[in-house]
Design a protein around this ligand. Structure first.
Ligand code: DGT
Ligand code: CA
Ligand code: CA
Ligand code: ZN
Length: 592
């Protein structure tokens, strides 16, 4: 990790400690440490870390020296990660409002019970913020204005929405006569569930016309920057986009750099340096005056030649002794080590899916009929479609009574037998998990179905312990085949309810219950960050669009991206199996 990155983290620690109300001396020690690290030469920092002499630097004590060394050598700091995890995300979000520093967050939290931006808006509207010592009416007004701005411009965007904007831009760029190559990079290319801004990388023979085309795009509200090779715009939706134009020989490097993530880039640069090479957005060149003599010798002429010919990302990775790392994996979470050992997973692809299980029809709150939904599944090339309409307690979603559910079962059987479609429907239900953990239907009713998706749809306010026990009870129910959207989160709109995901995953593995990866662009949970470890331990996934209309089936694309970010392979996903295998799986579950 570079010194500036280390300094950033020390500053951040100081900020988090202050937010927690830690003793000011401790807070100041981290901030002073950050300044001390910044003030050093990078090479000196490396030397002092290696020699174990960091604490000889003014402003760096014993404890801090250990932490800086850990960051420098491993790029991580356990203390920092724990600290971050111990603070409610809603509180961290408050800091993003201009003029609200850690001290103010603390005062708002302890004196007014503010835990989120929504709380803060309410407190401002009541005039309670103005009355706090150190705030006043002006500050209150500024905070409200800051929140409004943040909503309009600073907001992140759903991957799905961002992709819809980006795809025609990439196509448009590629169609320009001056453009040789064009790609979307950044978090969009990595398939992150939300996107801050769009990043386009273009190789072009002439810059001007490409810039003009980009800044003149329909929907551009403001051109926020225009330089010789870079332009930035803001669309009416608030989404911003950066365009960078590079010579063709730099394209692979720029694409890799601006795809990120930052963590991945940092580790790649470290790897290059260890080989006597310097990796940047411009290229990969022998490092001047850096690295050991041995590494430089190893770099050698052969490598130099290889480096000079890098035209693709695959060649860039190969030049560093790595297999091609798919963009979705570039989060600095072990992908480089896996690529080095040739142990990258063969990630699931959209074409591997043969159906999906969590879909609604007009019988509950869907907008398309059973027949329309099955026809749409067939048009996607799927072999089957699971129908899982809501159960009776979800009355707001027109949940089915026992009677209506059994009618639907009969209707599905008739449709399958009619041979009208090659794709077959499975009869399921999205069964409410009642507040006490019981399922919404009795065993006799559930026994009529091919499978059961169990989901929480009400009483979100239960404590983590109660909610976890509630879901565990549903997992233990012999009729439960899979668990729907684990926390009920709606990205950028609503936090999920509190639940101990680790316990739920353990129980699902123990009871052979599938957990869905809900592919709705607003949900995308079980979160990709949890999948790698869970699937390694035997958790089976189902990528479910939770479609409420035929077009919703296509949301599986977002689910596949999230699955890829979770390192998932085809074998770990139930709906990649052929129909007969799925039917056998359901039958075996029912026969227990
Ligand atoms: P976003 O836009 O917040 O959803 O996330 P990204 O990943 O698209 O980030 P962005 O747009 O700020 O920058 C695009 C990529 O450029 C980022 O993933 C990695 C690279 N990058 C940007 N700033 C830095 C930096 O300070 N250090 C390193 N190593 N890479 C950077
Ligand atoms: Ca971005
Ligand atoms: Ca950007
Ligand atoms: Zn649901």
């Amino acid at each position: 990790m570079t010194k500036n990155e280390i300094a950033e983290i020390l500053d951040e620690i100081g900020m988090l400690l202050e937010l927690q109300g830690e003793n000011p001396f401790k807070v100041r020690a981290y901030v002073a440490g950050a300044r001390a690290v910044e003030a050093m030469e990078g090479a000196d920092l490396a030397r002092l870390v290696e020699a174990g002499e960091l604490k000889s630097v003014k402003g760096i004590g014993d404890a801090l020296a250990l932490k800086i060394a850990e960051l420098h050598t491993t790029g991580r700091l356990g203390f920092y990660e724990k600290l971050k995890a111990s603070i409610a995300p809603g509180l961290l979000e408050l800091r993003e409002i201009p003029g609200v520093g850690p001290k103010k967050v603390r005062a708002l939290h302890t004196q007014l019970g503010v835990n989120s931006i929504a709380d803060l808006i309410a407190a401002c509207n009541d005039g309670r913020v103005a009355e706090l010592a150190g705030f006043g009416a002006k500050t209150q007004e500024k905070i409200l204005a800051g929140i409004r701005n943040r909503e309009a411009y600073g907001r992140r965007h759903l991957w799905w929405d961002a992709a819809e904007v980006a795809e025609p831009i990439v196509a448009g760029l590629r169609a320009l006569p001056q453009v040789r190559r064009a790609e979307a990079a950044g978090s969009l290319r990595r398939g992150l569930e939300t996107v801050g801004d769009l990043d386009f990388i273009v190789a072009a023979s002439d810059v001007g016309p490409v810039m003009d085309w980009f800044t003149g795009l329909a929907g551009v509200k403001e051109i926020t920057g225009r330089g010789e090779t870079k332009a930035s715009v803001r669309f009416e939706s608030g989404l911003q986009a950066d365009l960078r134009i590079v010579p063709e020989e730099q394209f692979a490097f720029a694409l890799h750099h601006f795809t990120g993530s930052k963590d991945h880039n940092v580790q790649m640069r470290q790897r290059a340096l260890a080989r006597g090479l310097s990796l940047s957005e411009w290229g990969l060149v022998p490092a001047e005056g850096e690295g050991t003599v041995k590494a430089k010798v190893e770099a050698g002429d052969a490598l130099r030649k290889k480096v000079a010919g890098v035209k693709t990302e695959a060649e860039l990775f190969a030049a560093l002794g790595l297999a091609f790392i798919p963009p979705e994996l570039r989060e600095g979470m072990g992908e480089i080590e896996a690529a080095e050992r040739g142990e990258l997973p063969r990630l699931v692809e959209a074409g591997d899916l043969r159906g999906a299980f969590h879909n609604h029809t007009t019988a509950s709150d869907g907008r398309n009929t059973l027949i329309e939904m099955v026809a749409a599944a067939e048009a996607l090339g799927w072999e089957y479609l699971g129908i899982a309409d809501h159960s009776k307690s979800s009355f707001q979603a027109n949940g089915l009574s026992e009677e209506r559910l059994l009618m639907q079962v009969a209707e599905i059987r008739k449709l399958n037998e009619s041979g009208r479609f090659k794709a077959q429907a499975f009869s399921g239900v999205e069964c409410d998990i009642l507040p006490d953990g019981r399922l919404d239907f009795d065993d006799a009713t559930l026994a009529q179905l091919d499978y059961v998706v169990a989901s929480v749809h009400n009483v979100f306010s239960q404590s983590e312990a109660v909610m976890t026990a509630r879901i565990l009870k549903a997992i233990e129910h012999p009729r439960t085949t899979m668990l729907g959207h684990l926390t009920g989160r709606l990205l950028l709109r609503r936090e999920g309810y509190q639940v101990d995901a680790a316990k739920v995953i353990d129980a699902a593995i123990a009871h052979g219950v599938v957990i869905e990866l809900n592919a709705s662009p607003w949900r995308l949970e079980l979160d990709w960050r949890l999948w790698k470890k869970a699937a390694e331990r035997g958790l089976l996934c189902a990528i479910n669009p939770d479609a409420h209309e035929t077009a919703g089936l296509e949301h599986v694309r977002a689910g596949v991206l999230a699955a890829r970010k979770g390192w998932l392979q085809r074998e770990q996903i139930l709906n990649t199996r052929p129909r007969a295998d799925v039917a056998a799986y359901f039958a075996a579950r029912r026969g227990r």
